[in-house]
Design a protein around this ligand. Structure first.
Ligand code: HEC
Length: 147
């Protein structure tokens, strides 16, 4: 007969297995929902930066939004590591993975550049154009337009 400790040990092992399988079973829809949330985070930052550049929002927040965008860009790249075709992502995201990764890296680089250029309104605006071009270039190639 097992002692109490052994029983508890087995129970703990079972709980861990169940816990692991919950993590592992994050299904494809979860992967898609998650990456869309991270993309939306990017969009909120570009929208906030646009308002600041149009002098409709406080200029002193430009640096903060640039950093948030940069962090979200790094995160966005990771959200495509798990292959989950669907949402509005074209299958080419994974079949042209090298080009897709290059575009994500270009966004990350443009976003980093923007972080360094928030002191001067004119430079900030130019760097922002580069960020937006990275968004648009990838969407044109890898995203099916929303209906
Ligand atoms: C390297 C490619 C790539 C780059 C760069 C990129 N995106 Fe995306 N984006 C995608 C793909 C692919 C989807 C479709 C994801 C899906 O539906 O699963 C998407 C979806 C979106 C969506 C829709 C999210 C939703 O709720 O359905 C928004 C908004 C968005 N991106 C904003 C941005 C912004 C803003 C930038 C630039 C700052 C950016 N993206 C840069 C590939 C990219």
């Amino acid at each position: 007969m097992m002692g109490d400790t052994a029983v508890l040990g087995r129970l703990a092992a079972v709980c861990m297995l169940v816990g692991l399988s919950i993590v592992a079973s994050a299904d494809e829809q979860d992967v898609i929902d998650y990456r869309q949330h991270v993309m939306t985070t990017l969009q909120e930052q570009t929208a906030s930066i646009a308002m600041i550049l149009q002098k409709k929002a406080p200029a002193e927040n430009l640096g903060a939004h640039a950093k948030l965008l940069s962090l979200a860009a790094v995160t966005a790249k990771k959200t495509f590591d798990t292959k989950a075709p669907g949402g509005n992502a074209k299958p080419e995201v994974w079949s042209n993975a090298a080009d897709f990764a290059k575009r994500m890296d270009a966004l990350v680089a443009a976003a980093d550049d923007q972080v360094k250029a928030t002191g001067n309104a004119q430079t900030a605006s130019a760097k922002n154009q580069a960020v937006l071009a990275a968004c648009k270039g990838c969407h044109d190639a890898y995203m099916t337009p929303k209906k």
